[in-house]
Design a protein around this ligand. Structure first.
Ligand code: CAA
Length: 254
């Protein structure tokens, strides 16, 4: 259905493989449109509770925005590229009400690392390499990298990565908190699915509220959002089920 995505839905988990291996899964317009449309569809699809994003092949998660596609752009077109990308994909990923986990299976460069950073959390395979090489092209990260990287790893580490354009190893990414876990490549998807399965067994309604409140954590609305969301959840069926299950010493069925 999507030309540039392979989608497998099983046990409430959608594994979405970005599939442009000839360009190391670089994000061109069509691939970005596919991701955006898939998210719109997945939002109300009861068969999907958790999304895993990964890249096709063993070499690359995503090697960045498609350089060939913007090579002759002017300033106005460049600004539009960043604006539309951020609005239609990257911000949509971050605000998506179902957890999105990036399984970084190789190069996560430029827009690729930005996509992983917009995801709710990241795990990586041992061979992964992460970086923001935009300044080697005379650019800066345009899909949120200057904003999300400092929040994840601190301003100094982000500055070093952005100014040097150097890639870091998966192990280093783990040490600085950019990825949560590093596993052998052959185990990456199984590990991502195991984490996703844990999440899928919990209250989707509560998790959606957690995502909403966490996304406001850098604003002065965060605590208020938490208080309101906490209260709203008491009126939801999942709260009744969760508490009944606890009292009846059984597993909740959300
Ligand atoms: N855009 C378009 N095509 C890309 C690409 C990209 N970002 N990355 C790789 N490709 C293509 C290559 O052009 C090549 O295609 P051809 O065979 O047709 O020439 C193919 O993928 C395989 O790549 P390489 O031969 O270069 O593979 P390699 O193993 O020698 O190197 C690499 C791998 C280090 C990832 C190298 O491909 C590379 O440096 N890619 C570009 C990384 C980059 O600069 N990303 C940032 C993009 S800008 C951005 O993302 C802006 C933003 O924030 C919005």
């Amino acid at each position: 259905m999507y030309q540039n995505l392979e989608i497998q839905i099983e046990n409430k988990i959608a594994v979405v493989t970005l599939n442009r291996p000839q360009a190391l899964n670089a994000l061109n317009k069509d691939l970005l449109n596919d991701i955006s449309s898939f998210l719109d569809e997945a939002k109300d699809n009861a068969a999907i509770r958790v999304i895993i994003l990964t890249g096709s092949g063993e070499k690359s998660f995503v090697a960045g925005a498609d350089i060939k596609e913007f090579s002759d752009f002017n300033g106005q077109q460049g600004e539009l590229l960043a604006k539309q990308g951020q609005e239609n994909v990257f911000n949509k990923v971050e605000k998506f009400p179902k957890p999105i986990l990036a399984a970084v299976n190789g190069f996560a460069l430029g827009g690729g690392l930005e996509l992983a950073m917009a995801s709710h959390f990241r795990i990586a395979s041992e061979n992964a390499k992460l970086g923001l090489p935009e300044v080697t092209l005379g650019l800066i990260p345009g899909y949120g990298g200057t904003q999300r990287l400092p929040k994840l790893v601190g301003k100094g580490r982000a500055a070093q990565m952005i100014f040097t354009a150097e890639m870091i190893s998966a192990q280093r990414a783990y040490e600085i908190g950019l990825v949560n876990e590093v596993v052998p490549q052959a185990e990456l998807l199984d590990r991502a699915k195991a984490i996703a399965a844990k999440i899928a067994g919990n209250s989707a309604t509560a998790i959606a509220k957690a995502i909403y409140a966490m996304n406001l954590s850098d604003t002065d609305k965060g605590f208020e959002a938490e208080i309101k969301s906490f209260g709203e959840l008491f009126d939801q069926p999942d709260f009744k089920e969760g508490v009944s299950a606890f009292l009846e010493k059984r597993k909740p069925n959300f």
